[in-house]
Every structure is written in structure tokens, then in C-alpha cells.
Design a binder for this molecule. Structure first.
Ligand SMILES: Cc1ncc(COP(=O)(O)O)c(C=O)c1O
Length: 390
């Protein structure tokens, strides 16, 4: 709780009120700062669907959106286990939920984060992808027998908007020796991978699972758990995607193909797929110069990740005073800072008569948006509201 109270002092104007629509919220607040419009019920439903369809345990990847309402919505939707990447995230989860299990799945941790998460917060699941990281875990835990160590495998590139395995992940050779060291040290052995974020090809999971199969048959150590990571996609308009069911099917078939059965716990760590469509951001137009619009949010705020990945976001104009003209045209949209890079990557189609004081609602901004918001040029201010329009 403490962690979030601290953040709330930065993100002023946090609201707990619920509104039936974005328009109703705008009538009440006429906000000058960007407004994160959370749909708690949508996130609850996404979580519930995921839990019902994934053939194992679903951990929510806290980094994706650590807002307490988002965590609570996932929790209400049936998720009580969380993928965490830092001691702060461990504390956040531990302080918020009694019955939760944090899994420290970041393969690079400080010694103090390992020590304190183990000793003070009871963390018993750690990922590693290198012998030096394993040595740190060995040094910092008292009893290796109660701890599961996940050896994170690198996966082949392709099939996802963001590839992670240039930064993290052991090769099969490295994983085989790591697993043997894990077992000899007394830990329970497990494997994990992440196919990359916004994965658009279900075959990526099958390819990664065949790497798992090769590793297991060469390592010859008993594996207690397999974590297939995150990467499940959101439906951005400029990306054609197979349905989520195809990803689940690929995983079920991929696990069966390498001969793993009920003796192992299967886990996954979705972030984006649970929350992307659960949040929109309402921004205000500060200035129009011909076909250029200057708004109060940009790439140093809510649009950092969507811009760097070129994700297209649905956008609609909201005007409280007066009708909106019929014609649409593309506008270049700039963020509020003095930095010339602060520009959305694609033109945004909006009504021709858009003007200063109008609001624009951008949808599909639940993932890696508020989590990456900076205070650059002093533009961190924002509000969170619940919109119950689903
Ligand atoms: C270890 C780990 N797990 C899960 C996730 C969540 O990924 P996604 O939002 O693509 O589902 C990430 C994202 O960075 C990650 O690094």
C-alpha cells in the first residue's frame, strides 16, 4: 500500500469515482491533464477469460500496468499470482494481497532484491539465465530446497513486435549446464521463456517449446514447472491477429509434443493481453496549427511504448460544447514537451473541425502507458477514473 500512496502524491488528482461514460467524466472535470479511463470490469473479464482458457496457472505481469485498480481487477478476475521484476513490485503485491504468490521472473536482480524478497517477503521463485546470477541466488537464500529456480531460455527471433532474447535467455547448452547446477545446489528445477511482447504468431510458442524439449532431454534433470511467459497480443487496428484461442492451442499442442504432462506446473505471465483494451487516455488539444495538433500527452507520457512499436490506436474526438463536423482528415499530433521528437508516429484521422479545447480519446492504452509515464518538462500530471461503459 505504501508504494502506491507514494505514487499517488506524484500522480495528483487520483479519483475513485465511477462514471457511466467518458463524456460524463468530462462534464464533471473538464480536465486539463490527461485522464486514464480504466474499465475495471473489462480487465476483470479479460483476466477471467484468460484463467478459464489457459491450461495452467496465470500470473499477471505487474510491470505492464501496476495501477492498484488494474491489479485488483486482475485479482477479482481470478489471478492471485504475479510476475514481478523488482523489490518494489514484490512489496506492492505482498502488501496488497494476503493470498498472493510473487514470482521474481526477472533474470537480473540485485543481491539486496534477492535477499530481501526471500527473507522479508517470502519469495520462493526466481529466474536466472546465467551461472553468475545463480550464484547470487545461492548466496542469498538460506535453504535452497524450498526455492524453485527457473532457467530462462532464449527463443529464436521473429513473430513478435519486441524481441527479448537479445537481452535475456540462455542457449540450450548454457541452460543444460545451468539446470544441472540448479539441481546439484538443491533447488527445484524449472524452465521459462518469453517469446517477445505483442506476439502475432502462435507458432512462436511451439518453436520455443521445442527448444524447451531439447533442453530437457539433454539436461536429464526433473523439471517441476514450465513458464511460457507473456507475449499474448492486443488487437491494435494495424495488426491482423489470430484469436487468443490459437495461442492457447499452440501451447497445449507444443507442450504435448515434447512429452510434458501433469507432473509439471504450467505457468504463463501475460501483461498486455489482460489490460490493453481496459484503459483509454483522454487528452486535450492545446493548439491547432493547420493540420498539426498539439495535445497534453505524448511520447514521454502515455504514448512511449505504443509509439516506439508503431501501434495504431483508435482515436475519437469528444466535444462537449456543440456538434462535430462530418469530414475526417489526417492530423500530425505532437505531445506537450519542448522536445521535437515528441510526436505520434502515425497521422491520426480526426474530424476536420477539431480545435483547441476539444478532447481526443485514444483507446487500447492499458499496457505500458502509465507505467512508463515520465515527468519530463513537468508533464507527469494525470488522473485515473473508472468508466463503467462495458
Ligand atoms: C519476464 C516478463 N514476463 C512477462 C512480461 C509481460 O509481457 P507481455 O505484456 O508481452 O504479455 C514481460 C514484459 O516485459 C516480461 O519481461
Amino acid at each position: 500500500m505504501q508504494v502506491w500512496l507514494e505514487r499517488m502524491t506524484i500522480e495528483k488528482n487520483i479519483e475513485s469515482k465511477s462514471f457511466p461514460s467518458v463524456e460524463a467524466m468530462l462534464v464533471d472535470y473538464r480536465p486539463e491533464v490527461p485522464v486514464y479511463c480504466l474499465r475495471k470490469k473489462r480487465i476483470q473479464r479479460n483476466a477471467r477469460d484468460f484463467v478459464n482458457n489457459f491450461p495452467g496457472k496465470v500470473l499477471y505481469a505487474v510491470k505492464c500496468n501496476p495501477h492498484p485498480w488494474v491489479l485488483d481487477a486482475c485479482h477479482v478476475g481470478g489471478i492471485s499470482d504475479f510476475d514481478v521484476a523488482s523489490l518494489e513490485e514484490v512489496k506492492l503485491i505482498r502488501e496488497r494481497y494476503n493470498n498472493s504468490t510473487p514470482y521474481f521472473q526477472h533474470p537480473v536482480k540485485s543481491r539486496s532484491a534477492i535477499r530481501n524478497s526471500y527473507r522479508l517477503h517470502g519469495v520462493r521463485h526466481f529466474a536466472v539465465d546465467h551461472l553468475s546470477e545463480l550464484s547470487k541466488v545461492v548466496d542469498e537464500v538460506d535453504d535452497t530446497r524450498g526455492v524453485t529456480v527457473y532457467v530462462r531460455l532464449a527463443t529464436p527471433p521473429g513473430g513478435a513486435s519486441e524481441h527479448f532474447s537479445d537481452k535475456f535467455g540462455a542457449s540450450i547448452d548454457e541452460a543444460v549446464s545451468l539446470l544441472n547446477r540448479v539441481r546439484n545446489t538443491g533447488f527445484k528445477c524449472a524452465l521459462s521463456f518469453h517469446v517477445g511482447s505483442q506476439c502475432y504468431d502462435p507458432c512462436s510458442y511451439q518453436t520455443a517449446l521445442s527448444v524447451v524439449g531439447k533442453t530437457i532431454s539433454r539436461a536429464r534433470v526433473p523439471i517441476t514447472a514450465l513458464d511460457v511467459g507473456g507475449g499474448f497480443p492486443a488487437s491494435y487496428p494495424n495488426m491482423a491477429l489470430p484469436p487468443l484461442a490459437d495461442f492457447m492451442k499452440a501451447i497445449v499442442e507444443g507442450v504435448a509434443a515434447i512429452g510434458l504432462g501433469h507432473e509439471i506446473t504450467l505457468l504463463c505471465e501475460p501483461g498486455r493481453a489482460l489490460v490493453a483494451d481496459g484503459v483509454s487516455v483522454v487528452t486535450k488539444v492545446y493548439l491547432r496549427k493547420g493540420e498539426r495538433l498539439y495535445i497534453n500527452d505524448g511520447i514521454f507520457g502515455s504514448f512511449a511504448e505504443s509509439s516506439s512499436n508503431q501501434f495504431q490506436l483508435p482515436a475519437r474526438l469528444v466535444r462537449l460544447d456543440g456538434p462535430i463536423g462530418n469530414g475526417l482528415k489526417p492530423f500530425t499530433v505532437f505531445g506537450p514537451t519542448c522536445d521535437s521528437n515528441d510526436q505520434l508516429p502515425q497521422p491520426v484521422c480526426l474530424p476536420e473541425d477539431i480545435c483547441e479545447g476539444d478532447w481526443i480519446e485514444f483507446s487500447l492504452l492499458g499496457a505500458y502507458s502509465n507505467a512508463l509515464n515520465t515527468n519530463f518538462n513537468g508533464f507527469r500530471g494525470c488522473m485515473f477514473v473508472d468508466i463503467d461503459d462495458t
